[in-house]
Design a protein around this ligand. Sequence first.
Ligand SMILES: CC(=O)SCCNC(=O)CCNC(=O)[C@H](O)C(C)(C)COP(=O)(O)OP(=O)(O)OC[C@H]1O[C@@H](n2cnc3c(N)ncnc32)[C@H](O)[C@@H]1OP(=O)(O)O
Ligand SMILES: CC(=O)C(=O)O
Length: 551
Amino acid sequence: MTDAHTAPASPEPRPAGAVPDDFHVFDTTLRDGAQREGINLTVADKLTLARHLDDYGVGFIEGGWPGANPRDTEFFQRARAEIDFRHAQLVAFGATRKAGVRVEDDPQVAALLESGAPVVTLVAKSHVGHVELALRTTPEENLAMVADTVAYLRDRGRRVFLDCEHFFDGYALDAAYAKQVVRTASEAGADVVVLCDTNGGMLPAQVAAVVRTVLADTGARLGIHAQDDTGCAVANTLAAVDAGATHVQCTANGYGERVGNSNLFPVVAALELKYGRAVLPPGKLAETTRVSHAIAEVVNLTPATHQPYVGVSAFAHKAGLHASAIKVDPDLYQHIDPALVGNTMRMLVSDMAGRASIELKGKELGIDLGGDRELVGRVVARVKERELAGYTYEAADASFELLLRDELARDGERGRAARFFRTESWRAIVEDRPDGSHANEATVKLWAKGERIVATAEGNGPVNALDRALRVGLERIYPQLARIELVDYKVRILEGRQGTGSITRVLISSTDGNGEWATVGVAENVIAASWQALDDAYAYGLLRAGAEPQE
Ligand SMILES: CC(=O)SCCNC(=O)CCNC(=O)[C@H](O)C(C)(C)COP(=O)(O)OP(=O)(O)OC[C@H]1O[C@@H](n2cnc3c(N)ncnc32)[C@H](O)[C@@H]1OP(=O)(O)O
Ligand SMILES: CC(=O)C(=O)O
């Protein structure tokens, strides 16, 4: 590790559109990422992902294996015709020629040329055991397969990178042979020889030692491809860079075969922010969080909340002691400014909060608590007491804001509670019919703007009936309710040992088309807990809509 890791240097600015060749950020989301269980990409998905990655500014996009399946073949045809790559070069992936087959007669090598990709990555064996058992050929023939295929593609104007599969395991078994594969590829014209930890079993110190020795012994330009089976793929990638590798293969959000691959985003962020190396075009690092989430959407996976740099929790602070230091200087509990990667700091309110957490949260919500220690102390005490009863405010920001406004309103001159109606009573009835169907009906009795309202509605469940009755009753007085929609409803039993007498927590997410908010309710009865969460959901929605709170 150099000083650059502990004292971040400012990345050198780089002209827009230029991708440096002295250091490669090579993305293999469309090839290795697509090997993850649960990811099934269409050609259209692959094109969309390629556009995102090109726009983000990676140097190379490995699009797939042309000839292996019709989808990848079509992807290369369409990518050439439909995408005007601004930063990246498109890469086709394939294997060296088959043992005993002339390279010009190997159809999958021909498919690599037909893909039209200017760069080809060839996967080759560098582990003698794999040569003998998987390829069922001799070590000499394997070297000939490497040399022939690299030279053949080079002669036809392609830039060639060679992925040495199982390099580190092969090196442990027979270092001389593994290095011979590297030399053979380099001498045949491969621009980069990529050392692959295919089984993902390596640790950073092992990777660094091997990369350093292979670099010194062969003089070849080296890259790293690390699978994440020890949870060390990012660390292994950076250890290889420390040892002299100048080409990193990664996938967006770490998607990949088995547990995944080296995650592009922490690798890029580390290179830019900790190593001071400008690997993206200017301004693109700040799009990291957006790009990570957009890619998760395209592959139809929920963005990982705790992912370094880009997760929604990456800069979320829960502990009261952290908040009290952050109030003085956010750097005291953050390794970088979240804005550098397009993320934001968030304060979480829970029973681990102290006064500073509440003050910072108030600020985040645009509510001035005016340094009022008594008021803030009261809010802290109320949050802790409610969390003990089962409420959770870190997952229900809107209910917390309502609680805060209630406490402010208690002071009389510090604002009004965001309460727009008062509940006199509610009733929900579920009727079990002889044919097995159910009828659900609810009646609510409310007060709003001095008026007593009684409304009844049916629904597909008791909570839905209550929701409808509430809308029926209030829509005339608050037409803004028409825009509010409930989008998620979660129930959790908090003390399972008590069986049906357990405490129930309900979390409701709502939207008005411009944003989402979450509210919480807790009671022994699931319908009562739901009513509380509904009450808060509509109160908060009306607050957002600028409705006038009732006296
Ligand atoms: C480490 C990695 O992740 S590398 C990427 C792996 N990705 C994939 O495998 C996804 C795409 N793969 C496929 O669609 C298919 O496996 C194909 C089209 C490539 C090959 O399919 P098939 O011809 O039916 O062969 P199959 O998959 O059973 O076996 C692979 C063949 O390639 C050979 N082979 C494996 N590695 C190499 C190599 N580096 N160079 C040359 N040949 C190789 C094997 O010896 C085997 O040969 P055989 O058919 O003579 O037994
Ligand atoms: C090439 C590749 O994906 C690997 O060795 O893991």
